[in-house]
Design a protein around this ligand. Structure first.
Ligand SMILES: Nc1ncnc2c1ncn2[C@@H]1O[C@H](COP(=O)(O)OP(=O)(O)OP(=O)(O)O)[C@@H](O)[C@H]1O
Ligand SMILES: [Mg+2]
Length: 594
């Protein structure tokens, strides 16, 4: 856009010349002859005013001053026909850009106008920048103020939250302290003393106590925590719950804050509290597993010492106290129970001891009577066994006596004596054999062990009986295991064992019966098996065959198997049998090799 120049001169020629010259240079030029019109026109609309120093209605210098005032961004060039130094100085002082003399040199005019406009532009730009800077500055200042305010606010908030956090941490530390006291000790007094000390760190109080109720209409235990020295539970301190603040708390499961006890009694204990110096108080429920088991009570000598926020802390402490109390109660119950149990165990042990004593005595009595029975059975057996040979022996001796007393016939007497002697010898033999058989039962401890080959013993026994067996038409089959180790045995007794088994088989067989005897070795055990195909053992006597004197035979003594049993047992072996009536029987002796 073209710059605008206002030419103020009363001479029309001058106005025209100047206008023409500057228009030619691309400026927008307007001419005015009066100062008052010029002031109307100029207002911030022209970059430059070219003013004649002498105007009909005012001096050009005056106009200059006014233009500078109302349109400070417009540069002014003063032109004059009669120049004085004074007026030039005044013009410059009043802010004119230049001072040009008439007659006007158009080249000079143009140059000066150009410079003035450049200056004006710079000034305008400068001002704009300054204005902008100011604006920016203002904005920055505003921003700064806002920021400062925000920082201040945040700092305040942070400080508060830090204080809050520190407070919480302190409370937490205290609750931790209480919790660890509860988990590390079972001594209620010790725990309550920790609770009192720790609670003191966060809440002021002059009196503290715990009231417990067991669900009845009574407060039946009170622990005084503060003043110190009253820590022991007051035994037997029981009073009615009704009408107390504690009852209110238990019922409502809420804390009770008493701001001022002077304000008039609400609960029955107030009268008592007024006799102490306590002015305000707080009662907090002790809740364990959802049940109110009592209250935690604090009192202060100051009025209004407690507020809702104290409850928030006390609530947690109360929770811990409830746990401690329940633990202590459980421990007490457990202790009583275990004491009782111990007593019972001791009682029972004593009873058992005396039972065992009685049992032993009874056992001894039983053994004694068993022994007596066995002995009398043995004596009866022995008497029965020796009765026949003794009868026959006394018959033989009576005959000899009779013969000696009658008339003496040598030949007859000799024959008779020989016959009687042979009877006597055979009876004596029978008695001797019987005594031998009984020896097994009478000398159990005197076993004399020798190295023995069990196969040899079997062979000898078979040799002794095979003639008789053959005569009866019985076949005997022998089977011997190889490499049977040498055993430590009482040979004679074992000889008799095998003989007894073979004779029992013989007795169970008819003509053309069969006996098989075999030795064996397996798993460090030696076995001797005697098998027959005789009439077998009926089930009803299976339990009795090893009993002494048990026999089913007319001529039997019932000593055979009991002797076998006794001998095998004294060699740490065992004897078993299988039998099927009508099919046969097998006896198996098992002996250890070591
Ligand atoms: N191999 C067998 N077959 C059938 N019954 C048997 C056999 N061995 C034993 N018994 C039964 O067991 C009973 C007891 O046997 P044990 O050898 O102790 O006495 P006993 O043979 O009767 O008389 P003792 O052996 O004193 O001469 C026998 O009377 C018989 O009834
Ligand atoms: Mg027998």
């Amino acid at each position: 856009m073209a710059e605008r120049i206002l030419v103020v001169d009363d001479e029309e020629d001058v106005r025209n010349i100047v206008a023409r010259a500057l228009k030619g240079k691309g400026y927008h030029v307007k001419g005015i002859s009066l100062a008052c019109d010029a002031l109307e026109e100029i207002k911030d609309r022209y970059e430059l005013a070219i003013v004649d120093i002498k105007l009909p209605d005012a001096s050009g210098l005056e106009l200059l001053a006014q233009i500078r005032r109302i349109s400070p961004l417009t540069e002014v060039i003063i032109i004059t026909g009669y120049a004085t130094l004074e007026s030039a100085i005044t013009a410059i002082e009043r802010g004119a850009f230049a001072y040009i003399r008439k007659p006007l040199q158009l080249g000079e005019l143009y140059q000066t106008a150009k410079s003035a406009i450049e200056k004006q532009k710079l000034t305008a730009e400068n001002q704009r920048l300054v204005a902008e800077l100011r604006k920016i500055n203002r904005r920055l200042e505003n921003l700064n103020r806002t920021l400062e305010k925000r920082v201040e606010k945040r700092t305040g908030e942070l400080r508060r939250s830090q204080e809050e956090t520190e407070k919480k941490a302190r409370q937490l530390a205290i609750i931790n302290e209480i919790t660890s006291a509860i988990t590390s000790s079972l001594d209620l007094n010790e725990i309550l003393s920790v609770v009192t000390e720790e609670t003191k760190k966060i809440i002021r109080f002059d009196r503290a106590s715990i009231s417990l109720t067991d669900g009845s209409r009574m407060i039946n235990k009170v622990y005084f925590l503060e003043p110190a020295g009253k820590k022991e539970p007051e035994e037997g301190l029981t009073y009615p719950l009704e009408g107390t603040g504690i009852e209110w708390v238990i019922k409502n499961r809420k804390p009770l804050i008493r701001e001022d006890f002077d304000g008039g009694g609400e609960f029955v204990e107030d009268e008592y509290i007024l006799t102490t110096e306590v002015k305000s108080g707080m009662v907090v429920p002790l809740i364990y597993r959802g049940e109110v088991i009592g209250t935690f009570n604090l009192g202060s000598k100051e009025k209004k010492a407690y507020r809702e926020e104290h409850y928030q802390i006390l609530k947690q402490i109360a929770g811990e106290i409830a746990i401690a109390l329940e633990n202590a109660e459980l421990y007490r119950k457990l202790k009583t129970y275990s004491d009782k149990l111990e007593e019972k165990v001791a009682e029972r042990t004593e009873a058992l001891r005396s039972n065992i004593r009685e049992l032993k005595e009874a056992q001894e009595r039983l053994i004694q009577s068993e022994k007596l029975a066995a002995t009398s059975k043995l004596i009866a057996g022995v008497a029965h066994e020796i009765k026949n040979p003794l009868n026959s022996m006394s018959f033989a001796t009576a005959n000899i006596e009779k013969m000696l007393n009658s008339g003496f016939d040598m030949r007859k007497t000799q024959d008779f004596c020989r016959e009687s002697l042979s009877i006597l010898r055979s009876d004596i033999g029978r008695l001797k054999e019987m005594v031998d058989r009984f020896m097994v039962f009478t000398r159990p401890d005197r076993i004399e062990l020798e190295d023995a080959d069990i196969n040899d013993i079997i062979r000898q026994v078979v040799k002794g009986v095979e003639g008789e067996l053959r005569q009866k038409g019985i076949t005997i089959v022998e089977k011997y295991a190889k490499r049977i180790p040498v055993l430590k045995l009482e040979k004679a007794a074992f000889h008799r064992c095998i003989l007894n088994l073979l004779l029992n088989s013989r007795d169970a067989l008819e003509r053309s019966g069969r006996i098989e005897i075999r030795s064996g070795l397996a798993d460090n055990l030696v076995t001797v098996e005697v098998k027959d195909n005789g009439y077998g053992i009926p089930p009803e006597i299976r339990d009795k065959i090893f009993d002494i004197f048990f026999t089913t035979k007319a001529e039997g003594a019932g000593l055979g198997l009991s002797q076998v049993y006794r001998t095998v047992e004294s060699h740490r072996g065992s004897i078993t049998f299988q039998s099927e009536p009508g099919k046969g029987t097998t006896f198996i002796i098992t002996l250890p090799t070591t």
